[in-house]
Design a protein around this ligand. Structure first.
Ligand SMILES: O=P(O)(O)OC[C@H]1O[C@H](O)[C@H](O)[C@@H](O)[C@@H]1O
Length: 544
């Protein structure tokens, strides 16, 4: 960690010690607090007035971003420098959502022509499927599309398809990711091979889960429709075009992308093909435009007015200065139910590391645990811990001012009221005196009120942010995802780590490969550790 970052963190810690902010008290004494602690991009607003900070905190956080050279590093990313040093690659997912005439270069070559060539061919293909012009082997239009992929080749498109359901006017979409045979079995049992198209989505085209599911899907099609049906019923998305053709997929049905697109940043690329098939090319373009609008803002807005930068700095405040080990993402939007899972990969696979860019141990903690569920469901499950548990977990509430069901306004009003009530409750809490007074007002006897009151105390002063926008349309989803992507980037600069590799997923993969022959019974596994050996034996016994 550089000396300026260390000094900045020290100043922030000192400020926290010397000027602790009581959120509850500030919310009642500072009537202009909301105006002072929010940031906007168009209709999208980040309210952080319910965090325990003051103007000095914000100023010190901005100094921290400067100390970490965030602006310089951001420009290095946009300039196509090889900032993913451990894989020796540029990081240019921002080019995927830029207009045709933009200028993004990787290895001194403008990539925009390639980006738009693939987008154009995706458009033609997606339209062909949507309009029923591209048909299955027996001449029937496709009614169902199954995307087979995992991690970045699944989570983004699956999350976005659900999020944009009101715009979904193409064939039905299904996502198969897990190597557990139950996933593909349950998916295809309701489908007709004649009207089903498979998209095999894998950046590397080597991922064992995806390849296993792809072969099962291939067998299903071949058994029902014959070997020559593979050509009509499969297409692929990958950077490894040679491996795709070895699988037998028609080269005209392969949509490429590039090694400068990280898997968890790839839903803007051809990996977004299922989204485009679902919502149509125009809506997909609006999604890209939303991402691009956030990129422009991230590049141009001064640090203190910069939404992704401030969002990141607030994350750093909670993680590095206040010491909170988790963050909860609670979308008050059922259609964002897969957003927490998507963000888990984006954030935790990017920033869950213990080694800095130069190979040294990180000087402090790095990325937090990210988790969540949609509200209001979460309220009836784990919110108990958020309000009264011994850990403080900052919450990120996500809310649209407007739903897509005007006839169900009553539902939306309840959703909004609940979302606001939760952040209020976290901040405000309830004192023992208040709890006691409430019980007495309800006619509970004095002794009993005294005994019950401690159980009804909410400490309060628990931080939350609210991300609010007009409506969850494709453009807004684009802005939302790009906002989180850039936040992860900015946080990584402060941690001093590479946000774009994922070596931590390798060891388990290697060991699974070694274990397979033992599980299959082809190898005794005599060299196994005692625990794993015992489990293998027990599995064999139980499976008899
Ligand atoms: O798209 P693929 O090459 O099949 O990779 C799918 C996923 O698998 C890997 O294990 C990585 O951890 C992910 O970052 C990646 O998104």
């Amino acid at each position: 960690m550089s000396q300026p970052i260390t000094a900045s963190l020290k100043a922030l810690k000192l400020h926290l010690q010397q000027n602790p902010v009581d959120i509850r008290q500030k919310l009642s004494s500072e009537t202009d607090r909301f105006d002072r602690f929010n940031l906007c991009l168009e209709d999208m607003l980040l309210d952080f007035s319910k965090c325990a900070l003051d103007e000095k905190t914000v100023a010190l956080l901005v100094e921290l971003a400067t100390a970490a050279n965030v602006e310089e590093k951001r420009e290095a990313m946009f300039a196509g420098e090889r900032i993913n040093t451990t894989e020796d690659r540029p990081v240019l997912h921002v080019a995927l959502r830029a207009p045709r005439d933009a200028n993004f270069t990787a290895d001194a070559r403008n990539v925009m022509a390639d980006v738009h060539r693939v987008l154009d061919s995706m458009r033609v293909f997606a339209d062909g499927i949507r309009q029923g012009e591209i048909k299955g082997k027996t001449g029937k239009a496709f009614t169902d599309v199954v995307n087979i992929g995992i991690g970045g080749s699944d989570l983004g498109p699956a999350m976005a398809t659900l999020a944009l359901a009101p715009y979904h006017d193409g064939p039905r979409l299904h996502y198969v990711s897990n190597v557990d045979g139950a996933h593909i079995a349950d998916t295809i049992k309701a489908l007709e091979p004649e009207t089903t198209l498979f998209i095999i989505a894998s950046k590397t085209f080597t991922t064992i889960e995806t390849m296993t599911n792809a072969r099962t899907a291939q067998r299903w099609i071949v058994e029902k429709l014959g070997q020559d049906a593979v050509r009509d019923h499969f297409c692929a998305v990958s950077t490894a075009l040679d491996k795709v053709s070895a699988f037998g997929i028609d080269p005209s049905r392969v949509f490429g992308f590039w090694d400068w697109v990280g898997g968890r940043y790839s839903l803007w690329s051809a990996i977004g093909l299922p989204i485009m098939i679902a919502i149509g090319p125009r809506n997909f373009e609006a999604f890209l435009a939303g991402g691009h609008a956030m990129d422009e803002h991230f590049r141009k807005a001064p640090l203190e007015k910069n939404l992704p930068v401030m969002f990141a700095l607030l994350g750093i405040w909670h993680r590095l200065i206040c010491g909170y080990s988790a963050r909860a993402v609670i979308p008050y939007d059922q259609r964002l139910s897969r957003l927490p899972a998507y963000l888990q990969q984006l954030d935790m696979e990017s920033n869950g590391k213990s080694v800095t860019l130069d190979g040294k141990d990180v000087a402090c903690v790095s990325g937090p645990l990210v988790w969540g569920e949609p509200g209001t469901n979460g309220q009836h499950a784990f919110f108990q811990l958020l309000h009264q548990g011994t850990d403080i977990i900052p919450v990120e509430f996500i809310l649209a001012a407007k739903g897509h069901e005007p006839e169900l306004d009553e539902h939306h009003n309840l959703l909004v009221a609940n979302c606001l009530a939760q952040s209020q409750a976290l901040a405000r809490g309830r004192t023992r005196e208040e709890a006691e007074a409430q019980l007495l007002a309800k006619g509970v006897k004095k002794d009993q009120a005294k005994a019950l009151a401690p159980h009804r105390v909410f400490a309060g002063n628990r931080p939350s942010m609210t991300l609010l926008y007009r409506q969850l349309d494709p453009y807004t989803l684009g802005r939302l995802i790009a906002l989180y992507e850039h936040r992860v980037f900015v946080e990584a600069q402060i941690f001093g780590i590479n946000a774009f590799d994922q070596w931590g997923v390798e060891l388990g993969k290697e060991l699974a490969t070694d274990l397979l022959p033992i599980v299959q019974g082809r190898d005794e596994g005599s060299a196994l550790d005692t625990s794993t050996k015992g489990l293998v034996q027990k599995i064999r016994d139980l499976a008899q």
